[in-house]
Design a protein around this ligand. Structure first.
Ligand SMILES: CC(C)(COP(=O)(O)OP(=O)(O)OC[C@H]1O[C@@H](n2cnc3c(N)ncnc32)[C@H](O)[C@@H]1OP(=O)(O)O)[C@@H](O)C(=O)NCCC(=O)NCCS
Length: 193
């Protein structure tokens, strides 16, 4: 399980110790508005932490908790995981490896509008392309979730259309490996100027 670092956060693979922070965040209606539409229960968060543990063990990637190093507070969470068409996670997790990897994020509202979701997303995307050799990454959002669309744009993703993922229709964005590497080398050239 891989810990990632950004300029302002530590990304820790989600484990039992993150439960209270996750549960506190996932109870906030504005966080869940475009995800499930309703605040999470303790049982749902418990089940999520357990599913995440299984995914890390099977794939070597799943959800991270975004930790503010100075306070130890959970600022948010994000993932690189195999996307699925169905609502439920199948028993055979390896069967999902035929699907693209998905990147996702959510922040506690105390941490919105500071650029932290984009900062974490850039680090997670680098993990997917550099460590997992992903050919592409997708991101899926509720069509009205414009704040999330902005993060996808900042990451260099392009809108592909409305597709079925997780048993629902969602606005789907994509970035290919070549586009990611191209954007990275342009940034290197700019910083060398
Ligand atoms: C989606 C979500 C993570 C976006 O959070 P965010 O804070 O708006 O996104 P970013 O981290 O990219 O921050 C960008 C904002 O911070 C501002 N900002 C401030 N300091 C910044 C910095 N140092 N660097 C970059 N941006 C900065 C930007 O101007 C921008 O504000 P704007 O949207 O008013 O222009 C957040 O709205 C959220 O958690 N929503 C609920 C959960 C959810 O819907 N998740 C997505 C499911 S698909």
């Amino acid at each position: 399980m891989t810990i990632l670092h950004t300029a302002r956060m530590r990304l820790e693979p989600i484990a039992e110790r993150h439960f209270e922070g996750l549960y506190a965040m996932d109870q906030i209606p504005e966080v869940m508005r475009y995800i499930s539409g309703t605040p999470a229960t303790r049982e749902q968060t418990t089940a999520a932490v357990s599913r995440i543990g299984r995914c890390w063990a099977a794939w070597g990637t799943s959800w991270w908790a975004f930790i503010e190093p100075t306070t130890g507070r959970l600022a948010g969470a994000g993932c690189i995981q195999y996307a699925r068409r169905e609502t439920e996670l199948p028993a055979d997790l390896d069967s999902l490896r035929v699907n693209p990897l998905e990147i996702g994020w959510r922040l506690h509202p105390d941490f919105w509008r500071k650029g932290l979701a984009t900062e974490a997303a850039q680090r997670m995307a680098a993990f997917a392309f550099d460590e997992l050799a992903a050919p592409e990454l997708i991101a899926v959002r509720h069509p009205e979730n414009l704040a999330s669309a902005n993060v996808m744009d900042r990451l260099g993703m392009r809108y592909r259309g409305i597709e079925t993922w997780y048993g629902e229709l969602g606005a789907t964005h994509v970035i290919g490996r070549d586009e990611w590497l191209g954007a990275k080398s342009r940034k290197c050239l700019e910083s060398a100027r």
